[in-house]
Every structure is written in C-alpha cells, then in structure tokens.
Design a protein around this ligand. Structure first.
Ligand code: 9D3
Length: 244
C-alpha cells in the first residue's frame, strides 16, 4: 500500500510514523508513506495557503490552488489511483470497519487541514471521502491522520508479529480486554487471581471470557448491542451468571 499525507506540518507527523508497528511495516516494504508539504505549492510571495472567508467571519480558510497542485503532483508519482481522504470534523466517524475497508485499498491520499475550514470547491473538485475521528475539537488534521494511518497499517498482511496477531483469533474480539497480570504474584499486598496460577486452561479461558463480558457490559454496553450478530455466544453468556 502507498499512503500520501498532505499537510502543513510534515515535521510533526514524520517521527511518529517512523516508530513501532508503522515504522516496522515501512521498513519491511509493506507500506510506503510519503509526506508532502502543501505550502511547497503556494504561488504568491507570501507562500499563502489560506485566506479570509468571502462574506466575512472568523478564521482562515484553506485555499484551492496549492492543495489542488499538491494532489495533482503526488498522484502523478504513482499510476495506482488514490482514494482521497479529507480529515474534517464534518466527516463520517472513523471506525474499525472503516479501517478494515481502507486497508484493502492500494493507495490512500490523506489531506490534513489546519484552519477553520476548506474552500468548499476542495470538496466539489477533489471529491474526497470525508472522515472525522470523533466528537472533539482538534487544532488540525495531523493527529487524526496519525490515528487513521496507525489503525490501517497494522491491519496490512505481515504488519503485526506472531505475538501481536494472536489477538485476532481471540474469543474476545469486539469485547473489552480481560484483566491481565504478570510477575510478581504478589505486589504490595495485591495478588494475582488464583485461577490464573492454577494451570487449568479451560477454567482460565472461562474466567477471561466472563471478565471480558462483565467489563464490556459495565463500561461499553453499546459494544454488546453492536456485536450480537458477530458473536453468537454473547447474549447467552450475558444472560448467564456473568451479571454478578
Ligand atoms: C467553528 C467550528 N469548528 C468545528 C468544530 C471549526 C474547526 C475546528 C477544528 C475546524 C477544523 C478544526 C480542526 N480539526 C480537524 O482538522 C479534524 C478533526 C477534529 O477536530 N476532530 C475530529 N476529527 C477530526 S479530523 C480533522
């Protein structure tokens, strides 16, 4: 997969994308990620990429010119057609199923804004898919781009090591994590649940499943509603003694 990020702050996104799972996937050639500075496509002597809104009002609006030129230049670099994504608070909410869908594409072009908004002709002309990462206000699209890229890249085949990908086959898919412990067995008088030390793998699995369901019911009941179709055992377990 190739991902292009168009941003006014390429220096802010570079370091994070060199780390961890995304950095390793890039090094392994699973994904190629390029950052392009929209300001490099400014044409006036002030290097402007934004201006005040026609009709008045607060804030600055991202101009069409530099962004359209940046998109054209970056898209010419590779023959694969890019799915264009505009990160904006007005977009559809980003979800895991959207991440899965995007992970199936060959090429993404992600546009980050930093102003009160985009000139509406950016939407009309580029026909981007608009995505928001949630209902809170960021200063710009860059943190959202990091979230999107991270969520997508870790789904690409080979991006996760064997250890990390075990979670995918876990029964708890779609539920919150069960409580986990590591050494020591006792810490400041706090003990590891006996069942986890018992060596009885059937009991351990049952305990973890119950804990996952209880935690999900208490903290995120919405996940249980959504997940019904994907987990035939869920409603039965929720109805059983898990309530205690
Ligand atoms: C005056 C109305 N504001 C919207 C609440 C304007 C505005 C605020 C912040 C316009 C853009 C921004 C910058 N945010 C993003 O670029 C952004 C974002 C976000 O703020 N929240 C969740 N997802 C995203 S994706 C891009």
């Amino acid at each position: 997969m190739r991902i292009d990020l168009l941003t006014l702050f390429p220096e802010a996104v570079g370091p994070l994308l060199a780390c961890s799972i995304v950095g390793r996937a890039r090094a392994a050639g699973i994904v190629s990620i390029r950052c392009t500075n929209i300001r490099d496509f400014a044409t006036d002597r002030h290097q402007s990429v934004d201006d005040r809104p026609f009709g008045g009002g607060p804030g600055m609006i991202m101009m069409c010119g530099p962004l359209f030129d940046a998109v054209a230049k970056v898209e010419r670099e590779d023959p694969r057609p890019a799915v264009r994504i505009l990160l904006t608070p007005q977009g559809a909410r980003f979800t895991q199923s959207m991440a899965r869908e995007l992970a199936g594409l060959e090429r993404l072009l992600v546009i980050c804004g930093h102003y009160e908004g985009f000139d509406e002709r950016i939407r009309e002309g580029l026909k981007p898919r608009e995505i928001s990462i949630g209902d809170y206000v960021l200063s710009g699209g860059e943190p959202a781009a990091m979230v999107l890229v991270d969520a997508v890249v870790r789904l690409l085949p080979g991006a996760l090591g064997d250890e990390e990908s075990i979670e995918h086959e876990s029964f708890s898919d779609g539920l919150l994590e069960y409580p986990q412990y590591t050494r020591p067995r006792e810490f400041c008088g706090l003990n590891v649940p006996e069942v986890l030390l018992s060596g009885d793998h059937a009991r351990i699995e049952q305990w973890r499943r119950e804990q996952s369901l209880r935690r999900t019911r208490e903290r995120r009941p919405d996940l249980i509603e959504k997940g019904q179709s994907r987990r035939s055992d869920c409603s039965r377990l929720v109805d059983e003694g898990v309530r205690s």
